[in-house]
Design a protein around this ligand. Structure first.
Ligand SMILES: Cc1cc2nc3c(=O)[nH]c(=O)nc-3n(C[C@H](O)[C@H](O)[C@H](O)COP(=O)(O)OP(=O)(O)OC[C@H]3O[C@@H](n4cnc5c(N)ncnc54)[C@H](O)[C@@H]3O)c2cc1C
Length: 431
């Protein structure tokens, strides 16, 4: 049989794609393959799971519709933020003491896994330490104090509250009343991390096929995963397509909503970087619709923010984000913007990740709701444990209930946008 032609697919036009170095192409799946585990999607969820399994000696095939790290994992803010998009206090109120103990015990593990991976496989991804949660109001500063106490209760001891002057010394903006410094947070080049993890997987015998969109997963004692040009039979399947999965598994689409968020990258700032973020930490503010920013290795300011419910593309990303950047750093008036891109994350109503089983041998993880860099690394380990017979830690997440968005598929976007407008207004009024 002559192999079918598969069209090339490019990465989003991001600063990351432009600076990742030579990006190897992996051939599409052609014909039949067998594996212990077949994984749908080569973002951090898929790659992290694959790497944990390959380290345990399992045969893993990853099928990626586009390119390794093409989704959120290769385009994100590159910020290592611990815990979950809804923090442990909310989990405790809603789900009780036993649940929060289980999730709290894992809240800082994902960040450690990233550092472990980087060290073990020598992944060059511009990793730097330090994250600031910056408070715009006195109320947010009080919330950060409570946040510190909460995380310390779960064993995190690398936190420090900064007053307004210390915050300004770290990030040269007059906007912040104080901040919480997390020394075990940090930032990195997200596409380089994804590519490094893919190379690590391949060094252990794992196989990745790019431009291999999964079109069907047939259930059975040994499920079959189909693409337009081939199929994989595996003992287990992991679905890790997140916001780009579409309707492949309608049950997963029903309780989640793809959302877009945007990032712009300035020209290299040269020595001016010291007038922007002298501490070189990454920063996110405490608003509901938050600004997140950091310096790249070549001293550009990468500035992200905004949420587009339903993941519609913005016509002019720079026009939408530059005013926010200049509100934080008016000293950068006139700065050139070299890159502007968008990426999709998957929102859930509870803002907690959705983890579970579509069948006894088909598992999924999705919906980190904005903060997913650390969780995707954690869940890779937990999926690895599950497939090797240890379900306990995976089950702690599996038990979280998930409801559909009010309004169903038709009205969920306007209803979520209305909710966000309300919270955005509260941010602006300082409530
Ligand atoms: C712009 C932006 C900024 C962000 N910033 C941060 C941040 O600073 N810190 C943080 O913690 N989180 C951040 N996030 C969230 C974080 O990036 C995500 O939670 C995380 O990367 C999700 O990883 P994933 O592997 O689950 O999904 P993705 O990285 O989106 O990967 C899914 C992959 O599956 C593939 N796929 C989908 N369907 C199929 C199919 N049918 N067949 C084969 N392959 C398929 C896609 O092509 C894609 O490559 C950000 C997200 C965005 C979009």
């Amino acid at each position: 049989m002559t192999p079918a032609a598969v069209e090339p697919i490019a990465h989003a036009p991001s600063y990351y794609a432009a600076t990742a170095g030579a990006i190897p192409e992996r051939p599409p799946l052609q014909g039949h393959a067998d594996a212990d585990v077949c994984i749908v999607g080569a973002g951090y969820t898929g790659l992290s799971t694959a790497l944990h399994l390959a380290e345990a000696g399992l045969r893993v095939v990853v099928l990626e519709a586009a390119r390794v790290g093409w989704g959120a994992s290769g385009r994100n803010g590159g910020q290592i933020v611990h815990s979950y998009s809804r923090d442990l206090d909310v989990i405790e109120q809603r789900h009780g003491a036993a649940q929060v103990q289980a999730l709290g015990a894992m809240a800082f593990e994902g960040g450690a896994i990233i550092r472990e991976r980087v060290a073990r496989y020598g992944i060059d991804c511009d990793l730097k330490d330090g994250l600031l949660f910056a408070a715009l109001t006195g109320k947010q500063l009080k919330q950060l104090e409570a946040h510190k106490t909460l995380w310390e209760r779960y064993g995190h001891q690398q936190l420090e509250l900064l007053d307004a002057a210390a915050t300004r010394a770290a990030v040269a903006s007059g906007r912040y009343q104080g901040a919480l410094l997390d020394r075990s947070g940090g930032h990195f080049h997200p596409l380089k991390l994804a590519l490094g993890e893919a190379a690590a997987l391949e060094s252990l015998g794992g196989v990745i096929h790019e431009r291999s969109k999964v079109t069907a997963i047939e259930r059975g004692a040994k499920p079959t995963v189909r693409t337009a040009t081939g199929d994989v039979s595996a003992s287990y399947v992991v679905v890790a397509g997140n916001a780009y999965l579409g309707d492949l598994e309608p049950r997963l689409a029903a309780t989640s909503m793809p959302c877009g968020t945007q990032i712009i990258a300035t020209e290299p700032l040269g020595e001016r970087w010291k007038e922007v973020i002298p501490a070189d930490f990454c920063v996110e503010d405490c608003n509901f619709l938050l600004d997140y920013f950091r310096l790249s290795a070549d001293r550009r300011l990468l500035f992200g923010g905004g949420v587009v419910y339903g993941a519609r593309d913005l016509s002019d990303i720079t026009a939408s984000l530059l005013p926010s950047l200049l509100r934080v750093f008016p000293q950068l008036a006139g700065v050139r913007i070299d890159y502007a891109w968008t990426g999709n994350f998957l929102l859930t109503l509870s803002r907690l990740p959705q983890v579970g089983r579509l069948d006894h041998n088909i598992f999924y993880s999705q919906g980190c709701s904005g903060h997913g860099v650390t969780f995707t690394h954690l869940i890779g380990r937990l999926l690895g444990e599950l497939i090797q017979g240890q379900a306990e830690r995976f089950s702690a997440f599996e038990q979280l209930p998930h409801l559909p968005f009010p309004g169903g598929r038709l009205l969920r976007v306007p209803m979520a946008a209305m909710g966000a407008w309300y919270y955005g207004l509260r941010d602006r009024l300082g409530f």
